[in-house]
Structure formats: structure tokens, C-alpha cells
Design a protein around this ligand. Structure first.
Ligand code: 5GP
Ligand code: ZN
Length: 113
């Protein structure tokens, strides 16, 4: 997906503030942080939305989720954080390459639910 923003970030064609990278996953700081710590964890391969993930992607999704506590703590969010995946129009997804938001900081985030 040469025209996908997060594919281009994953390939290094567009710069990002990386905080973690392995063969399958990249994590970087959100360009418009909604909290003192706001990371995006993405698969390097293009998956447009969570609804497009296949059964064989389950280990990858699990690894993305399992990275969140470690990366949040690395960034100083040591007292909790929030994970969000916006999916599709109703979910408010703006970038159509699957990403896991990790939000944290010092003060409690506003309640959502
Ligand atoms: P969504 O609404 O799709 O779940 O969230 C997309 C997120 O990507 C937003 O929080 C937005 O600030 C972030 N974002 C959009 N463009 C860029 C970019 O070029 N670089 C980085 N680091 N984040 C971006
Ligand atoms: Zn993509």
C-alpha cells in the first residue's frame, strides 16, 4: 500500500518518533498527542482495520497488545494507561492502517464509558 501513511512510516519513507521496532511491529509517538504519553503500535504489514484482520493475524495482534504495558512504562506512564483501537467510520478511524493507541501520563484520563 504505497499510498498508506502508516505503511510509509513503517518503511521509513516518512519520519516518525520511533519507540520500538521489530520485524513485524513498529511503535511511534502520535503526532498530535491527546495525553502526555500517546503512542501508536502498528503492524508493519498493511491491515486496514481491525475488521480486516484474519485468524492468522491473531498472534500479531496479541504481540501488539502485549507490548503496550512495556512501552507505556518505558515512556513514563507507570501508573496505568488506556488502549484504544478505532475501527471504521463509526469508530472514528482516520488512518486506515490498523493501529493501537496507548495513552497515559500522570493524571487519570477522562472517563469514556
Ligand atoms: P485514528 O483516529 O485513525 O484512530 O487515529 C489516527 C492517529 O494518527 C491520530 O491520533 C493522529 O494524530 C495520528 N497521526 C496522523 N498522521 C500522523 C503522522 O503523520 N505521524 C504520526 N506520528 N501520527 C499521525
Ligand atoms: Zn498501510
Amino acid at each position: 500500500m504505497s499510498d498508506c501513511l502508516f505503511c510509509r512510516i513503517a518503511k521509513g519513507e516518512i519520519p516518525s518518533n520511533k519507540v520500538y521496532e521489530d520485524e513485524e511491529i513498529l511503535a511511534f509517538k502520535d503526532i498530535h498527542p491527546k495525553a502526555p504519553v500517546h503512542l501508536l503500535i502498528i503492524p508493519k504489514k498493511h491491515i486496514a482495520t481491525l475488521s480486516d484482520a484474519q485468524a492468522e493475524d491473531a498472534p500479531l495482534l496479541g504481540r501488539m497488545l502485549a507490548l503496550a504495558p512495556r512501552l507505556a512504562a518505558d515512556q513514563g506512564a507507570t501508573d496505568g494507561f488506556r488502549t484504544i483501537i478505532n475501527t471504521g467510520r463509526v469508530g472514528g478511524q482516520e488512518v486506515y492502517h490498523l493501529h493501537l493507541h496507548v495513552l497515559g501520563g500522570n493524571a487519570p484520563l477522562p472517563a469514556m464509558l
